[in-house]
Design a protein around this ligand. Structure first.
Ligand code: 2HG
Ligand code: ZN
Length: 461
């Protein structure tokens, strides 16, 4: 049956590269969650918009479900194909298509890696400021499909702010050219923004036009060890008031434990409860004076237990590794991930509430907290005890997520800050969105994909 379908696809789109040997199905059918067993029908690797359109026309006519696929670095199961879907990988559509200096706009195919976008922007003396650790593997299409955030949101905002245009192939194979790089366009619904964070349920993103901006003149990185989260929030406000903040990230002693065990260099002789990695734009002597005086101010308040400011790129990179290496260092421990957000002002209360809750209910779990302070975004990774079976661990972690969802409802937060809902958080969407809102979302999905063939089962059923 599946062979007949693959043959039918191949004859409908003769130029399309189609893979279906077991190693490719396993490779393209999963993502970084590694929770579902990949079982796609086949993998389509189009090289042009026309091939994407022809593939969608075939899928629509045949009633075949399609999973749009980028770098598959997602952590919510949004790109998993475990039910005989056709994976439509944008991997071969990874070119830079053009740059216009007057607009400061870069047009790229959706399968291009985030890091390649950074490089292309640099070649024009500009920057694309969305950035995070998966930059080398993730694709811009996936970034848009999840409204990816990362480490510079406090200064530059999420991916959404930088998308000036999107080309989308619909479930029926039509091509929509949304917003076309315009700055002002008050001509009805902004469908481009609907596509951002749609997780592959409204169409296949094939091309994006991205805004670029000036890079900071020079940056310096600071690592601080702090005694408590309340102090950390004081430091955040004091530094933000005094310096041009580019990033303000935190992690706990447990996160440091894992990155050091994974090969990172311990920054200080002692271990402390909380750490901040902050980056600042710093130009010339005035920048240096402002940096030192802000640092001294924090010391004088008695907030800082230990601290260091980077001198040179190598040291800055080493300090960043302590934060950016966390996900990789946790991977061997089978982490169950939560990616939540509350208002920045609500973070201390939310953290105190949930830390106490988890310590009381789940003392056996190693829970690793880190994230993006300036964005109110906490990553809560629960690690599997080595003597616990995988299936039991997942059941326990779903309970943890239920506790978190209830706490988030109380604190006015969201069950997904930047990773998306996918399969992992689908049962908890209702803790963040009202029933009426979800009904509107379903209606929008039906309008764009009446047969429900695009990424079915993701976001909501
Ligand atoms: C990060 O901020 C990423 O490093 C990954 O969003 C978070 O691994 C995680 O839980
Ligand atoms: Zn993050």
């Amino acid at each position: 049956m599946s062979d007949a379908r693959v043959a039918s696809l191949q004859s409908a789109v003769p130029t399309l590269r189609v893979l279906n040997d077991p190693a490719d199905l396993a490779h393209y059918g999963g993502d970084w969650t590694r929770r579902w067993t990949p079982a796609p029908l086949a993998i389509a690797l189009p090289a042009s918009i026309e091939e994407v359109q022809a593939t969608m026309r075939w899928a629509y006519a045949q009633g075949v479900a399609v999973v749009p696929s980028g770098g598959r670095t997602g952590l919510s199961g949004g790109a998993v194909a475990a039910n005989g879907e056709l994976v439509l990988s944008l991997q071969r559509m990874n070119r830079v298509l053009g740059f216009t200096a007057a607009d400061r706009l870069l047009t790229v195919e959706a399968g291009i890696a985030l890091e390649a976008v950074h490089e292309a922007a640099r070649e024009h003396g500009l920057q694309y400021p969305v950035d995070f650790a998966a930059r080398g593997s993730c694709s811009i299409g996936g970034n848009i499909a999840t409204n990816a955030g990362g480490i510079r949101v406090v200064r530059y905002g999420n991916t959404r702010e930088w998308v000036a245009g999107v080309k989308l192939v619909t479930a029926t194979g039509e091509l929509l050219d949304l917003n076309r790089g315009l700055v002002k366009n008050s001509s009805g619904y902004d469908l481009r923004h609907l596509v951002v964070a749609s997780e592959g349920t409204l169409g296949v993103i094939v091309e994006a036009t991205l805004r670029l901006t000036d890079p900071p003149p020079d940056t310096r990185v600071m690592l601080l060890a702090l005694p408590s989260f309340d102090v950390l929030m004081e430091v955040f406000q004091a530094l933000r008031a005094r310096l041009p903040l580019e990033a303000f990230e935190f992690f706990t002693d447990r996160a440091l434990h894992h990155t050091v065990a994974h090969g990172a260099q311990a920054p200080f002789e002692s271990v402390y409860l909380y750490y901040v990695v902050a980056e600042f734009a710093s130009a010339g002597e005035a920048g240096e004076v402002a940096l030192l005086s802000a640092f001294e101010y924090c010391m004088e308040q008695g907030w800082v237990e230990d601290g260091v400011i980077s001198h040179g790129d190598a040291q800055a990179a080493a300090l960043w590794r302590l934060r950016e290496g966390i996900t990789e260092s946790l991977a061997p421990h089978v982490p169950y991930k939560n990616d939540v957000s509350v208002r920045v002002s609500e973070m201390p209360a939310f953290l105190a509430h949930t830390q106490a809750l988890l310590a009381a209910e789940y003392p056996q779990f190693d829970v690793v907290w880190f994230g993006h302070i300036g964005d109110g975004n906490l990553h809560i990774n629960v690690l599997k005890p080595s003597d616990m079976a995988n299936a039991d661990f997942v059941i326990e972690c779903e309970r943890v997520t239920k506790l978190l969802a209830a706490a988030l409802a109380e604190h006015g937060g969201s069950i997904s800050a930047e990773h998306g809902i996918g399969l992992v958080k689908k049962p908890y969407l209702g803790s963040t969105r009202s029933a009426e809102e979800i009904a509107v979302m379903r209606g929008i999905r039906r309008a764009l994909d009446p047969a429900g063939i695009l990424n079915p089962g993701k976001l909501f059923d």
